[in-house]
Design a protein. Structure first.
Length: 353
């Protein structure tokens, strides 16, 4: 993802910002240089590619001796060339298509804009040909203006290849089409990489969240299971309390019967048994109180048992819901993993050369 990293280094994150995008970000310069060289040799047109600021990003292809040894050999000639290229590039950017024009030195040049969503990111400049036999006097005059040897200049212009304006325009259109197709393809690839990276980040966050939910659901399920076990223990203890209450009730019944017998025996004993009768009466009262207390305790244990039973039912329902949630989380996690796999495939496609 070298191209995307270049963009990210400019602080754009996973989004492609045309204001920061350069020609070198969307065109393989090595391929462009080879194509430009082969095209120039095959068609007979000189060419060079510059960025949006007019700085060359490729080496000149098939530049003529007329231009290299003479026109560009003086400061005046070089500045005139730069100004001529600038005007041609501006016209191409304005129209959004190749422009064929006569340069300051009398040769026919062209400018083919490289655009992304209507924004100029570079220009292919070329030409250095003529459409008719050169007027030698014209070129002697230009030689004097830029400060080069007139005889050598005229000799060099005679070497210039002659092409029809239609052929020059067709060649410019070929370069325009190829360069823009390359830049558009690379730009879409960058956008695909950015979208893939954004999608991958989102999926990673979702996956992490799902893992946390799954772990949380598992913990809740374990806690609910432990709670259910404790509730079962409460039920068991409540049952044992009932058993103890029944035992106490039996003792109370027996104590009451014993108090009744004691009262009968005290009555038979007359005055000698009055004190024992009082004790017998208290024993019966204690027995009655014990039975009433046992009844109240049994009512409370019944309420506790009913509440525990309801809690168990609710706990079982909660456990069932948690298990369903855990199953749903597993399904979502599996789907996220599938999407993540597709994202990896998408990223692989985006980064293929």
């Amino acid at each position: 993802m070298a191209e995307l990293q270049k963009v990210n280094e400019k602080g754009i994150g996973n989004e492609i910002n045309l204001d920061h995008l350069k020609l070198v970000d969307v065109i393989d310069l090595e391929f462009l240089q080879q194509f430009q060289d082969d095209f120039a040799k095959g068609v007979g047109l000189a060419s060079v590619t510059v960025d949006a600021d007019g700085h060359p990003v490729t080496n000149p292809s098939s530049y003529t001796r007329f231009c290299m040894d003479y026109t560009h050999s003086t400061e005046c000639g070089d500045k005139r060339c730069a100004e001529s290229h600038r005007k041609g590039g501006e016209e191409a950017a304005r129209t959004g298509k190749p422009v064929v024009y006569e340069c300051h030195a009398g040769l026919i040049d062209f400018a083919a804009p490289i655009l992304l969503e209507g924004r100029l990111i570079g220009t292919i400049l070329g030409g250095q040909v003529m459409t008719e036999v050169p007027d030698e006097e014209k070129f002697r005059k230009i030689a004097g203006e830029i400060g080069v040897d007139a005889d050598g200049y005229v000799e060099a212009v005679r070497e210039i290849r002659q092409l029809s304006k239609e052929s020059i325009a067709a060649a410019a259109n070929v370069l325009f089409t190829v360069a823009n197709s390359m830049s558009q393809s690379a730009y879409h690839k960058l956008k695909l990489q950015a979208a893939s990276a954004t999608l991958s980040d989102g999926i990673s966050q979702i996956s992490a969240t799902m893992e946390e939910l799954a772990a949380s659901a598992s913990n809740v399920s374990d806690t609910q299971t432990n709670l259910n076990d404790e509730i079962k223990n409460v039920n068991t203890v409540t049952g044992k309390i009932d058993e103890v209450m029944d035992f106490i009730k039996d003792i109370a019944d027996e104590t009451r019967l014993l108090g009744l017998n004691a009262a009968i025996e005290a009555a038979r004993a007359g005055e000698a048994g009055l004190g024992f009768g009082v004790v017998a009466q208290e024993i019966r009262k204690l027995s009655d109180d014990s039975k009433q207390t046992v009844g109240k305790i049994k009512e409370l244990t019944t309420i506790i048992k009913n509440s525990v039973d309801k809690t168990v039912i609710m706990g079982n329902e909660t456990t069932s819901t948690i298990e369903q949630q855990a199953a749903a989380i597993e399904e979502v996690t599996a789907s996220v993993e599938e999407i993540n796999s597709l994202t990896d495939q998408l990223n692989t496609i985006a980064t293929e050369k």
